[in-house]
Design a protein around this ligand. Structure first.
Ligand SMILES: Cc1cc2nc3c(=O)[nH]c(=O)nc-3n(C[C@H](O)[C@H](O)[C@H](O)COP(=O)(O)OP(=O)(O)OC[C@H]3O[C@@H](n4cnc5c(N)ncnc54)[C@H](O)[C@@H]3O)c2cc1C
Length: 448
């Protein structure tokens, strides 16, 4: 008998998971609420840019589709911080050769859909919105958004990859007994801007870096696109001083950019037009449990939506595929056993991914321009060079390894406590690269 699976949502995670399932011999049907995005023109800058890192690549490699994605990915080897006078400071992300990769979400999603259809033999049905589910029976209730027709489909297993505001979670799982659910909006929102290419198609900023204009309570970032442009995002509070609330009139926006990001203002033509081109959007963290029920499992943002400050939402969702695939093999597709272990093992990692994301929000916003923070990172990098087995910086654990998020988070908090003691030395700026500091760290590590 043919094994069947339904995936709700042909987003990034759903499209990748389809390939894994089909390689395991499943007939895969995907229901997607939106029309086929490949038929609409996706211009660079009309889509969020995402940073793809090691966990994401690991999941892509798991089904041999990394080369297709590599073709549209731009390496970023470090961050370039822009201060209020336009001076820049460079901070590498990791060791020589290590990079995170800028990809357009729309472009990547379109490519992932091609991969799901061509390599995953998945059948994607567009304009089909999931409106309810029967968890025990493996039934998905759907509505055709063009005709209004309602129908249902059933499979052996169903995966809800329908994003942060998952319909399966909301309409079915949340109605079950003892289902925990928490949704928190942060105080900040975001708005995108396009920094176009020069007339000759060249980049206006260094292409191989993630650019940040950190300003304490708010920040602007820019990630490169393939066509020479950058997708830029302004993150700031909705209300209060220096907030979106104070940027209502065009003149206010113009003055704000001129005074706050002068080097960006100089190179960004059509700032106001670009400002109006994108809506103001909000950011939420969604925590829930359990992640599975009957024949259904939540994956990706549907299980653990987070704020984007560690660039790990998609990477974590892709890693769900790696974990689910390995458990599928381990339990020989005994789905109740697979689901039980998946949620038990993966929930602490989803929580840690969210804790890490919030932590990096503060790092990017408040600390990346702080000389003490930069010195701390220099000490950590030096110590890591000397003792790579004793100290892997938190950023590297998260972005350049497949260490579990929960282990990385615990190790990172432990490292922070050690570095606090080291940075407390009044003479640290002059002795940071001394034997004494090195031995102090070793001693603190030993004690712990
Ligand atoms: C500003 C911003 C920046 C980000 N930057 C990064 C980054 O640098 N790196 C990173 O790793 N992550 C980043 N993320 C997070 C990343 O975008 C998400 O984690 C990722 O898109 C999650 O993939 P997903 O497939 O789970 O959900 P989605 O990509 O949201 O896909 C869900 C799919 O389900 C469909 N759907 C929804 N409801 C229904 C329904 N009822 N019926 C049928 N289909 C439905 C949707 O149309 C969509 O196609 C960022 C997010 C934001 C907002």
């Amino acid at each position: 008998m043919e094994k069947s699976a339904i995936i709700v949502g042909a987003g990034l995670v759903g499209s990748l998971w389809a390939v894994y399932l089909s390689k395991a011999g499943y007939k895969v049907t995907i229901y997607e609420r939106r029309p086929d995005i490949r038929k609409a023109e996706i211009s660079a800058g009309k889509s969020i840019n995402l940073a793809l890192s090691v966990r994401g690549w690991t999941a892509l490699k798991g089904v041999g589709v990394e080369n297709e994605v590599d073709e549209i990915a731009i390496p970023m080897h470090g961050r370039i911080m822009h201060d209020t006078t336009g001076e820049t400071t460079y901070q590498p992300y990791g060791k020589e050769g290590q990079a995170i990769y800028s990809v357009s979400r729309g472009g990547l999603n379109a490519r992932m859909m091609n991969i799901a259809e061509e390599k995953g033999n998945a059948k994607i049905h567009y304009n089909k919105q999931c409106i309810d589910a029967d968890l025990e029976a493996g039934i998905v209730y759907l509505k055709d958004s063009e005709t209004g027709e309602e129908f249902k489909d059933q499979a052996d297993v169903v995966f809800a990859c329908d994003g942060a505001f998952s319909a399966v979670r909301y309409n079915a799982m949340q109605k079950t007994d003892r289902f925990d659910y928490k949704q928190d909006y942060i105080d900040d929102g975001y708005r995108e801007l396009l920094l176009p290419a020069n007339d000759d198609g060249s980049y206006r900023l260094d292409k191989n870096a993630l650019h940040i204009w950190p300003r304490g309570r708010f920040m602007l970032i820019a990630l490169p696109n393939e066509d020479g442009s950058f997708t830029c995002t302004l993150f700031m509070p909705f209300e209060g001083e220096n907030s979106f609330e104070t940027l209502k009139a065009d003149a206010d926006v113009d003055r704000f950019f001129k005074e706050t990001f002068p080097d960006f203002y100089e190179i960004c033509p059509n700032l106001i037009e670009s400002w109006h081109d994108h809506p103001l959007s909000s950011l939420a963290i969604v925590r829930c449990y359990p992640w599975t029920n009957g024949k259904f499992a939540l994956m990706g943002d549907a299980a653990h939506a987070t704020v984007p400050f560690y660039g790990q939402g998609m990477n974590g969702g892709f890693e769900d595929c790696t974990v689910m695939a390995s458990l599928m093999e381990k339990h020989n597709e005994d789905w109740p056993a697979v689901f039980a272990e998946y949620q038990k093992q993966r929930k602490p990692d989803g929580d840690a991914l969210q804790d890490l994301s919030v932590h990096n929000y503060y790092v990017m916003r408040d600390y990346v321009a702080d000389p003490q923070f930069l010195l701390q990172k220099k000490i950590e990098a030096r110590f890591n060079e000397m003792y790579p087995n004793k100290w892997l910086p938190l950023y590297s654990q998260v972005s350049f390894s497949n260490i579990r998020y929960s282990d990385a988070w615990n190790a990172g908090m432990h490292q922070d406590a050690i570095m606090k003691k080291v940075m407390d030395r009044p003479d640290i700026a002059s002795v940071w690269d001394s034997k004494e500091v090195e031995e102090h760290i070793l001693e603190l590590l030993e004690k712990a």
